[in-house]
Design a protein around this ligand. Sequence first.
Ligand code: HMG
Ligand code: MG
Length: 304
Amino acid sequence: MLLSPQPLPTHVRLVEVGPRDGLQNEAQPISVADKVQLVDALSAAGLSYIEVGSFVSPKWVPQMAGSAEVFAQIQRKPGVTYGALAPNLRGFEDALAAGVKEVAVFAAASEAFSQRNINCSISESLERFAPIMAAAKQNGISVRGYVSCVLGCPYEGEIAPAQVAAVARELYAMGCYEVSLGDTIGTGTAGATRHLFEVVGAQVPRAKLAGHFHDTYGQAIANIYASLLEGINVFDSSIAGLGGCPYAKGASGNVATEDVLYLLNGLGIETGIDLDALIRAGQQISQVLRRATGSRVAKAHNAV
Ligand code: HMG
Ligand code: MG
């Protein structure tokens, strides 16, 4: 049974994952200069957190191979966090050498997805993160945690919320300051989302949880609204709805940042982001990719 809604937050932080979660899935080469231009346009639009790239194996995700160069060339705007994924200590050390101040580790709530994505079991992945957490502490680096497949898995189907809660609790206990719950294949519904946050919220404080929705079934905005009602106030989103996941067949783009901002603006929730500047950043990268934007708001805005 769903509990009564929590009051809506007055402020929401958006974590822009387009340059990483969006571009990692692109087969066509994208130059370092285009990636840098995208990151700088996003910071100029007022985003306070941008996930710039990944320090993963280039054999697994070739598109992220140039992440160190991207970090070297972006204009770091004060007050903006520029993050990167690190799957193991090697990735963490490469990130550190590139001047990264915040990393994210990523686990899954599904054993099959964990194997396909990072080639190890869930418990092995958590063991791999322990030395990252220790090195991060030594170097004053914050670590964010992800759990994938929280509302369904492309290989295992349904995932029990208790399983998500167990992995999220481990990540939080090992020192992740925030744990982002990812609906990697975008099958979640508003009801399932509320139930998930009720179950996970009993194990990890809600103020330490974030929502990461892919829009495969067109439910992401509804799921974000459902999350707001559960007291969640951090959401990951991707400019122009870029993305998918190389290890989740059929996963379409992440929810578009423009669309989330439109929702939040309509609710009077502060983000510090300028919608027009955001739409321009989305147009730029869509031109680079020679593809129409995946943002409904940007499409409607550009049509008038
Ligand atoms: P592995 O093959 O099991 O690892 O991969 P290994 O230790 O046997 O190493 C194999 C090779 O990779 C070796 O090179 C290593 O040196 C190299 P070789 O001797 O063959 O030349 N290597 C590395 N190179 C660069 N950076 C590193 C690194 N580590 C090893 N950090 C590994 C294991 C984790 C490395 C691999 O599976 C991997 O890189 N996976 C990344 C997968 C990924 O990035 N997926 C997408 C992100 S997750 C996501 O999108 C979901 C999320 O958005 C949330 C959601 O939507 O739900 C976060
Ligand atoms: Mg994702």
